[in-house]
Design a protein around this ligand. Sequence first.
Ligand SMILES: *Cc1c(COP(=O)(O)O)cnc(C)c1O
Length: 493
Amino acid sequence: MLNEFASTIATRNQEFNPTLPQAAALTHAEASLPTSMPDEGMGMERIKQHLLDDLVPAFNGPSLSSNYYGFVTGGNTDASLYADWLVSFYDQNVGEHLPKQTVASSVEKAALRLLQQLLDINESDFSGVFNTGATAGNIQGLALGREFAVAEAGRRLTPPKITSIAQRGIVSACHDAGVRKIQVLTTMPHSSLRKAASVVGLGWNSVILLPLSAEEPWRFDLGALETKLKNTEGAVSIIAVSAGEVNTGRFATTREEMIKIRALANTYGAWVHVDGAFGLQARVLLSSTEHDTIVDGVSALDLADSLAGDTHKLLNVPYDCGFFLTRHLQLLQAVFQNGVNVVEDVSPIPSAHNLGIENSRRLRALPIYASLLTHGRIWHRELLEGQIAIARAVASFIKASPVYELLPKNTDIQNVYMVVLFRARSDALNARLVPLLNASKVIYVSGTQWDGRPATRIAVSTWRVDVKRDAGRVIAELENVARENESELEHGI
Ligand SMILES: *Cc1c(COP(=O)(O)O)cnc(C)c1O
């Protein structure tokens, strides 16, 4: 079986793979799906045939194509894919640290250490856990944020009152602490932040946007933030920093602003959570004229109380793998406590049962462990530099183009991370732009909205990067679509 795997790896790394399957393959696959549970199984040989011949040809190609720019998907490196297969083969269930029985929890710890060193997140300040992705990380961040902010409000009463949502529930704890509202203060958040607010009992409506301006809706207005934090109506706050924002890839705060946010949070007893699903990766970059704005946007993110990150995006390991880091290990264990007395957990590696949402957990750290060690720090830095270079080459082309318009307006190329947002100047072309660009299956882009109008987004997240080839492919597709729709453009519709 390992040999079979090795030959699959060799054939997947071709110079060109389509972004989407053939329409006929999709129709065939859909028609092949059974509608009833069979009494007799079909057996291993036939199921293999069914999977490989009927279903696999109908999968899309984010991990195989070098030009799949939809969402922020990442691909998977050969090393991570190989390790992922071992994860399933040996099916370790990583909970308690059981060093005499399996090395699994030590591997997980080692992977987290490597990751923290890659991203320059101090290991003595931050503890954490691998989870299913940044959605889980946002749920964890808001769960800790509400625990902290309400307890802090209680501590600040005279006389102080000790209370805990984890112990008493949100209604009683808020009542004890005199809290009437828990608000999440942010700028353009990822959709999962509202989901997280709902899951942890704060509600969608607790998420409040404090944009700097209509032109820069992804950036925090610190004045407005302080006004909200001061709110005396029994409100406590979680500050959620989007790093980066999904449409634009831009960062909510500069280094200096992050320092101010930390100080404000200390003054008002608020929690600071960073959604760094694909932004934290930028901490691999070195300071340079080219990358200074980006480095400035991420270099102080570790002033936060909690960080959510994804490894299945820019770190290019298979789904599902993200991580959550916090400065408050005891609070994490109090909120995610699973029955065992965590105070008595004297193990050098705390039980993962008390650190995250899951109890039974796959060894999802192994692919990241393998990929980090295979490639090393410099490769990861050069990879991100290449992704940024592709995004900037495309952004520069668009900026100079009479057919397309780079968004947000007045974007300086030096501020472009690995995301490019744009639209066609003609409304008629703009309305059809995403399907037109995706039709040839050479590149794949996502549709979104900006300023209330349709917009198109390219997110460069795969490890299959060749700056010249890939920027060339995108620009060629943009040119093709412009040329083929020339008549529409001439008539100004
Ligand atoms: C992708 C993403 C998420 C959600 O992460 P999942 O890994 O899909 O759960 C959250 N925030 C941001 C900024 C993202 O890009």
